[in-house]
Write a protein that binds this ligand. Structure first.
Ligand code: PSU
Length: 307
């Protein structure tokens, strides 16, 4: 039992009590990752994909001094309409202050993992994790998502790390931290908008049941931390590397010119890439999130069966 200020939606309460599979979802992707109203459409669709796959969605956010585990549709809409500068982008470092001050906070991958674990949820679906930013050798900008994967036992399903990052360095850090990075159904790591990255995957699994079994094995071994499942974007939605890389380079150059730093880097780049691709990057982003939600629901089902 936990003393944390958790506020469960009725649907999630019932699911956890009856052993129905539950999939956690983050909220930074809603407030800082996509513009309104596409963010709300995405958030609703991702919840229905999870329900269609016989699991219950638990979108996580901080409001009114409580961690909400599962949001009503009204709350989801309010959150989607909250401008990025009015919602804190929460990671491990900011969670307690946000709760104490009664502010609204959107959870990143790191904070969502912490909250999911407190709520007893073992699987979480997102778009792409944060990682090592380009130029990190000067800026030291490395997402707290990586450390979180090393210490909190939640299986995170993502389409890899976002391709705006330094992907080779991101995978190196995860290896150093002892995080299993499991490519789903292919030998190469995916790169968010693209199925391929040119980087060989350290591990590969081909079924949800194997992934659930690997999480259970980690628990038996007493290994702390989670696992990252890198699920390639569906073929129909992908933007291949030769098309997306020049766009990413341009957005990165602009971020540097405008001295965008720290937590603003990722939202700035996603917004610029959206503009430069006439919205195609957002369509792909939504498609990959839905694809991850489906796999996460399958993994959650396997985990509840194994209990
Ligand atoms: N996935 C997306 N879009 C996003 C994110 C994930 O498709 O915006 C968010 C997640 O919350 C992740 C955060 O934790 O981006 C990483 O931000 P940063 O690079 O600033 O650590």
């Amino acid at each position: 039992m936990t003393d944390a200020p958790l506020h469960y939606s009725p649907e999630v309460t019932d699911a956890l009590a009856s052993g129905t599979p539950v999939v956690a979802l983050e909220s930074t992707i809603i407030t800082h990752g996509m513009p309104y109203p596409q963010n709300l459409e995405m958030a609703r669709k991702v919840e229905s994909v999870i329900r269609d796959n016989n699991a219950v969605p638990a979108t996580i956010a901080v409001m009114g001094g409580e961690i909400h585990i599962g949001l009503t549709d009204d709350t989801l809409e309010t959150l989607a309409q909250t401008p990025p500068d009015q919602a804190m982008k929460l990671s491990r470092a900011d969670l307690a202050v946000c709760l104490t001050n009664g502010r609204t906070g959107a959870t990143t991958v790191a904070a969502t993992m912490i909250c999911a674990h407190l709520a007893g949820i073992k699987v979480f679906a997102t778009g792409g994790i944060g990682g090592v930013h380009r130029g990190a050798e000067h800026s030291f900008d490395i997402s707290a998502d990586l450390q979180e994967l090393a210490q909190t036992p939640v299986t995170v399903v993502a389409a890899g790390a976002k391709a705006i990052l330094d992907l080779p360095k991101t995978w190196e850090v995860l290896e150093t931290l002892g995080v299993p990075v499991i490519a789903y159904g292919q030998d190469e790591l995916p790169a968010f908008w693209s199925r391929n990255s040119g980087i060989a995957a350290p591990l590969r699994m081909d079924s949800a049941s194997q992934i659930a079994a690997a999480a259970a094995m980690r628990a038996r071994l007493g290994l702390k931390g989670g696992q990252l499942v890198a699920n390639p974007i569906p073929v129909a939605a992908e933007i291949t590397r030769d098309k997306i890389m020049p766009v990413i380079e341009q957005a990165l150059a602009e971020a540097e010119q405008q001295k965008i730093a720290a937590k603003s880097v990722t939202p700035f780049l996603l917004q610029r890439i959206f503009e430069l691709t006439d919205g195609r990057s957002l369509d792909s982003n939504i498609a990959l999130v839905l694809n991850n939600a489906k796999l996460a629901a399958e993994i959650a089902a396997e985990m509840t069966q194994a209990r």
